[in-house]
Design a protein around this ligand. Structure first.
Ligand code: UFG
Length: 342
């Protein structure tokens, strides 16, 4: 059978690079496209090294450029596209909403138009942020989507709607899946790819590893007076390699015409809530070090607790999170040390 080709937009970034590795290992041809607005070549080169694929195609382009997207789809025989190319900083999106709406919506509209023209399947990288502050835990795919609390979150909701509406209007001609990620963390066990935030990290794990290596002085734990067992927020931290594998299951499902509906949604999480303090302590324990941290006021916009019910992904997709939080935090630390040349 002919190998199927998967386009990974934003494929040089944190999630895209891990997904590219898993797709290549599963036997797909991959085309990586990225405008390098929020990453450099480190992870792309890491993907080539891990997979031994020196011929892995890389297209430097902006998905907001409709003509460039059309050209990409005519240059390569794309069977499915996984769309990661988007801005993702929640705080920045509040300060610069137009930047976020323009970039995240234009790029997805262009991908959607070309995918439809070429009958390519679409996998959209969505987020647990679409649930807002849920009334009931854990959240299932049927849990209501609450009004977004940031323009970033709103772009995730709008892109899900664009995908859903296009699919319904096409009457069976177009199929797609939205994966709603909980909190992706960690790095590839090779320590050749991982999260590479520019400037001061917004997210917890890069802040922890940068504090441990001495790049940051002290981790602030935002809030210890939440209505949770230890007073710190609860999240569902999902290992980046486990998360990447979920994409292979979803792509296979679309390309092998095994979908039950033309548009499907899956939560991608572990189903286990972990507090910020527990995560910090697990990091210290598994890596045998002490982290400099202090309790600080709550961060605006944080929900006290959110975790997934991943049973639909477990039973319908056949995917399950496998790596332990210890393995994940050891990998995150190995990656930070790799960056520091240790
Ligand atoms: N946290 C700290 N200190 C830090 C950074 C984070 O205590 O320096 C805490 C946060 O308060 C939160 C937890 O660690 O309780 C996780 O924070 P992250 O920033 O790592 O992740 P979020 O849960 O805020 O973010 C996730 C996704 C986003 C998504 C957002 C929706 O990463 O893509 O949920 O709120 F938009």
């Amino acid at each position: 059978m002919m190998k199927k080709t998967v386009l990974v937009s934003g494929g040089a970034g944190y999630i895209g690079s891990h997904v590219s590795v898993e797709l290549l290992s599963a036997g797909y041809d991959v085309v990586v496209a990225d405008n390098f607005s929020n990453c450099d070549l480190t992870c792309f080169e890491g993907v080539r090294k891990i997979t031994g694929r020196d011929d892995l195609p890389l297209v430097k382009m902006d998905f907001c450029d409709a003509a460039a997207v059309r050209k990409l789809f005519s240059d390569y025989p794309i069977d499915a596209v996984i769309h990661f190319a988007a801005f993702k900083a929640v705080g920045e999106s509040v300060e610069q909403p137009l930047k976020y709406y323009k970039n995240n919506l234009d790029s997805f509209l262009n991908v959607q138009e070309s995918a439809q023209a070429h009958s390519a399947k679409v996998l959209f990288s969505s987020s647990a942020t679409v649930y807002g502050e849920p009334d009931k835990m854990p959240v299932t795919e049927e849990s209501p989507r609450k009004p977004a609390t940031s323009p970033y979150g709103n772009t995730k909701q709008i892109c899900e709607d664009i995908l859903r509406d296009t699919i319904f209007a096409s009457k069976g001609a177009v199929q797609g899946i939205a994966l709603r990620y909980f909190n992706p963390i960690g790095a590839h066990p090779s320590a050749l790819i991982g999260e590479l935030p520019r400037g001061v990290p917004n997210n917890l794990v890069p802040y922890i590893t940068q504090t441990a290596i001495g790049k940051r002085e002290c981790l602030s734990i935002f809030g210890n007076d939440y209505p949770t067992p230890d007073g710190t927020c609860l999240r569902d931290y999902i290992d980046i390699v486990d998360l990447a594998k979920a994409h292979v299951f979803a792509v296979r499902r679309m390309l092998e015409a095994r979908m039950e509906a033309d548009y499907e949604i899956f939560n991608i999480g572990t189903g286990r809530p972990v507090s910020v303090l527990e995560l910090v302590q697990a990091f210290e324990r598994v890596n045998g070090l002490k982290l400099n941290y202090r309790f600080a006021p709550r961060r605006e916009g944080d929900v006290p607790a959110i975790w997934a019910d991943p049973s639909r992904a477990n039973t319908v997709l056949g995917w399950r999170a496998e790596r332990t939080i210890e393995e994940t935090l050891a990998a995150a630390w190995a990656w930070e040390k790799h960056l520091a040349g240790i």
